[in-house]
Design a protein around this ligand. Structure first.
Ligand SMILES: [Zn+2]
Ligand SMILES: [Zn+2]
Length: 348
């Protein structure tokens, strides 16, 4: 029986053949780095360009720098148990120097190497910012009301819906769905949008929240890269009546809960506490909206009568009890004032 032993030609230790693990590890380059990488970014919005594609920076800048440095490093395929740390320092107005520190095991031998990478930052206007600064747009959403001016509440809702829709489309990667102008005019709100997708979404969401309907009016404005370029006006008409309006019909008071097509209102009977439908023709007048309700103190309650302190005159007024409300003496209850009849209407 012969026992075959080999020894490492470099250090003379016994091995299974060839160099021993220590000498192999010592002989292998763990990491090689490109000394310099160029990163293109938009100075306006901080978007980053990879190849030809722009993307918003969604991670902290420090993490992005570490990612760039690591992508410039080539780590030996046999390395295991990698522990990488990157320290970076701004070394000039357009340069960042990164020290990459790598600990690993190579052929079961712990190894440690470092390298240095310089990131050169190059400014370029991104696809979105160059469209915005060039005045490019694909549509305008016009928010108007039927036979009346739109009010501050509706302006606020339309504006915040527009901004939220822009944010959510951009977060989903639709970079060119931007709002380039949001204008409050005396007629309503005009929202200039960078994509028809955004215009459509805003029109859908605003009519969903405030009622009414919208029509689209495309207009051919020219050609871009061989394709017909349309601009679309999304014309929103908010209904005359709004959610929360309190209307008078045949001597009763009704709160508008929803506005259906063909001028039909889904209402809540503020005396009986039941739901029903009214046509606009059945409405005699509008007394206000529950958003403007006042708070009146309940002075006394009796089976058929409730006494409220009028918040304007501090005098006690007697009202018919409203079966669907539960007034408590000493507690406030919400009322709307019918100026024409000089009455308070309990809205709950
Ligand atoms: Zn050796
Ligand atoms: Zn940009």
């Amino acid at each position: 029986m012969t026992i075959q032993t080999s020894i490492c030609p470099r250090c003379g230790q016994p091995t299974e053949g060839g160099l021993c693990p220590e000498c192999r590890a010592a002989n292998t380059r763990l990491i090689t780095c490109e000394p310099r990488v160029t990163a293109v970014y938009c100075p306006v919005c901080d978007s980053q360009k990879r190849g030809k594609t722009w993307a918003d920076l969604r991670i902290p800048r420090e993490d992005f720098i570490a990612e760039l440095a690591i992508s410039a490093a080539n780590i030996h395929a046999d390395a295991k148990d990698l522990r990488v740390t990157v320290r970076s320092e701004e070394t000039g107005p357009n340069r960042t120097t990164c020290a990459l520190d790598l600990e690993a095991t190579l052929y079961s031998v712990p190894v440690h190497e470092t390298c240095e990478i310089e990131i050169l930052w190059q400014k370029e206007a991104c696809d979105r910012c160059s469209r915005i600064s060039g005045g490019y747009y694909e549509g305008i959403v016009q928010v108007r009301a039927t036979d009346r001016k739109i009010n501050a509440y509706e302006r606020g809702v339309a504006t915040s819906i527009a901004e939220q829709t822009e944010d959510s489309l951009q977060e989903a990667g639709d970079r060119l769905s931007f709002i380039s102008e949001l204008e409050n005019s005396k007629d309503g709100v005009d929202i200039t949008v960078g994509s028809q997708h955004l215009g459509q979404e805003i029109a859908r969401m605003v009519t969903g929240a405030l009622g009414g309907r919208y029509t689209t009016h495309p207009k051919l404005v020219g050609e871009k890269d061989g394709k017909a370029l349309y601009r679309v006006t999304y014309s929103i008409r908010l209904p005359y009546y709004q959610k929360g309006d309190v209307v008078v019909s045949r001597g009763g008071y009704f709160e508008v809960r929803d506005i259906e097509r063909q001028q039909r209102l889904r209402v809540f009977d503020l005396q009986a506490g039941t739901a029903r439908t009214l046509t606009e023709a059945e409405v005699e007048r509008l007394i206000g909206n529950v958003r403007e309700a006042e708070s009146a103190l309940v002075v006394f309650t009796q089976p058929d009568v409730v006494g409220l302190m009028d918040p304007r005159t501090y005098k006690t007024r007697e009202l018919d009890a409203v079966p669907w409300t539960f007034p408590v003496e000493g507690q406030p209850i919400r009322v709307l004032r019918d100026e024409e009849q000089d009455r308070l209407v309990i809205v709950g």
